[in-house]
Design a protein. Structure first.
Length: 295
């Protein structure tokens, strides 16, 4: 098997998925990785066929707009750098019924619609949230959300009855969120200190409110992280393929999302280092495939 740099693998991920996501400029393609394990990894985490969810995002967004959490004019202006606003996003902002789908093309908008949902949705577990307190305005998830009527998302934390979560659903979201990590930091989604954390919490809340099972919720969380962190997750899929002999679909979502593999520390120690040691990847500088924690 040929060796490849991390940027080379991300280049192939971008070529397969059609975009790097999160509005980042696409790096120059260093190499096209044609060998089967690399191709499988890239296609597994960012499939070209959109993932349909049957979840309505328009209803919750309507409540966020009504409450001022999303200012439509600010939101539209901020996203013009990505090109014309897609029709489905406009429908959601207008409060019309709109199915949430996941693809390389929808990843940015999904992130920035689910972010305020997770931040603002009123839930009993937010009484124990690690971001609650004097530092609330200073997190990337709050200070970085300036697309509402107020310029700091702290004004909207745990403030809107966006989703009708039952006590049991709320407990399930809390429990699962504490076990869902992201490779930009070492915090779980319950500690929603950045946009990805808030967005993942919002996704878990949305699925729970729609009666999804724990397995279904984690399965979609796994898919979402694949689009939000295409580089790290392509390498994670590669790890399971070449080291453990497992296809991406065979790896339980709970294991993928755990601190062992999806926290930044766990990913670096258990995935990236293992691939470098094996000789599958050439050690080089991280290229930040997951994007920043801001709009």
């Amino acid at each position: 098997m040929m060796k490849v740099t991390r940027r080379g693998l991300l280049a192939w991920t971008g070529a397969v998925g059609g975009a790097y996501g999160l509005g980042l400029a696409t790096p120059r393609l260093v190499s096209f990785v044609r060998e089967a394990p690399f191709r499988r990894a890239a296609e597994a985490v960012a499939p070209s066929k959109p993932i349909l969810t049957s979840l309505d995002i328009g209803g919750p967004v309507a409540k966020l707009v009504e409450s001022g959490v999303i200012d439509v004019e600010k939101f539209t202006k901020a996203h013009k750098r990505y090109g014309p606003i897609p029709e489905w996003v406009s429908r959601a902002l207008e409060g019309k019924q709109q199915e949430l789908t996941f693809s390389a093309q929808t990843a940015t908008y999904n992130l920035n619609l689910l972010w305020p949902l997770g931040l603002a949705t009123k839930a009993t577990f937010n009484d124990d949230s690690p971001i609650k307190g004097d530092d609330l305005p200073n997190y990337a998830s709050t200070g970085g959300w300036f697309l509402g009527r107020e310029n700091n998302g702290a004004a909207y934390f745990n403030a809107v009855d966006t989703l009708p979560l039952t006590p049991e659903q709320s407990k399930r979201v809390h429990r699962l969120a504490e076990g869902v990590f992201r490779p930009c930091c070492g915090n779980s989604s319950f500690f929603q200190d950045c946009n990805h954390g808030s967005a993942m919490l919002g996704l878990l809340e949305l699925t729970a409110a729609n009666g999804w099972s724990e397995a279904e919720m984690l399965g979609l969380a796994k898919a979402a992280n694949g689009f939000w962190y295409p580089q790290e997750y392509a390498e994670l899929a590669l790890y399971f393929d070449v080291i453990e002999g497992l296809s991406w679909s065979e790896v339980p979502a709970k294991r993928v999302l755990s601190t062992e593999f999806s926290s930044v520390q766990g990913w670096q120690e258990n995935v990236y280092a293992a691939l470098v040691k094996r000789g599958t990847l050439v050690k080089d500088l991280p290229s930040g495939g997951g994007g920043g924690c801001a709009v």
